[in-house]
Design a protein around this ligand. Structure first.
Ligand code: HEC
Ligand code: HEC
Length: 205
């Protein structure tokens, strides 16, 4: 009973904190981000990344890197300019808590090539299995991006950007990998991850 009485104000304070955070995020999303990433983080076009269900720490890092000009992108450098750490934390909370989506994959033969690269890599050209870092189902980790359900076009664009080092922040690992991927492998692995969910896909070979 006593413990409850002490805990109650703390609980209320904590709730007030999150409510304020989600209000801050909602206002910014409705003003700016929704145009490209959608209100629910679903993304309005395949060239923009889906943010729904993306891992929180990864989102925080990318937004800070855009704001500070470390990850170069004309659009996102402008969008992140002036965001405070608190606003970035609230935006990361907002998008990471939205339910992730996935795609229906039609070209099963191409996806099968992607399945192989994702799960086994390519030992003939020295490509490690993507799942060794991005997780068995492309779910990522706190710090590593989720790939599951991401737009194929965005994933393929980023792999090319890593290869050319146009993606300017933390590109060492992904540059080494992307520089060894062929065009077929890029298209195939991007297609495969676009159809992943956090469970084994039913039709996986
Ligand atoms: C005009 C379109 C547009 C708007 C508006 C926009 N973005 Fe972006 N966003 C992009 C593009 C394009 C990229 C990919 C940039 C690249 O290629 O490096 C991106 C990338 C991102 C990423 C990196 C995702 C990843 O998987 O690495 C985050 C996080 C992000 N945006 C958050 C936001 C937030 C938060 C807002 C609102 C403050 C916002 N964006 C507004 C177009 C937009
Ligand atoms: C040794 C670990 C490692 C392996 C193996 C790996 N990745 Fe990554 N990948 C990373 C890291 C770390 C990042 C995030 C870099 C950052 O924080 O900016 C990343 C980022 C990415 C991104 C950007 C996601 C986004 O939302 O913008 C894509 C796409 C990607 N990896 C695809 C792949 C694919 C496809 C493979 C397999 C061919 C692969 N990765 C293998 C570590 C790895």
């Amino acid at each position: 009973m006593n413990r409850l009485l002490i805990a109650l104000p703390l609980l209320l304070a904590a709730n007030a904190g999150t409510a304020a955070g989600s209000d801050i995020a909602k206002a910014i999303v409705e003003e700016k981000c929704h145009l490209c990433h959608g209100t629910e983080g679903e993304a309005s076009s395949a060239i923009y990344p889906r943010l729904a269900g993306q891992n929180k720490e990864y989102l925080v890092k990318q937004l800070k890197n855009f704001r500070d000009g470390i990850r170069k992108s004309d659009t996102m450098n402008e969008m992140a300019k002036g965001l405070t750490d608190e606003q970035i934390g609230a935006l990361a909370d907002y998008f990471s808590s939205k339910p992730a989506r996935t795609h229906r994959v039609r070209d099963k033969a191409l996806a099968a090539v992607g399945y192989y690269i994702f799960h086994k890599g390519n030992r003939f050209s020295g490509i490690p299995a993507c799942k060794s870092c991005h997780g068995d189902y492309g779910e990522g980790t706190e710090k590593l991006p989720r790939l599951a359900g991401q737009h194929k076009r965005y994933v393929a664009d980023q792999l090319r950007a890593f290869n050319e080092r146009v993606r300017t922040n933390d590109n060492a690992v992904m540059h080494t990998i992307a520089s060894k991927l062929t065009e077929l492998e890029i298209e195939a692995v991007a297609l495969y991850v676009s159809g992943l969910k956090e469970q084994p896909p039913k039709d996986s070979p």
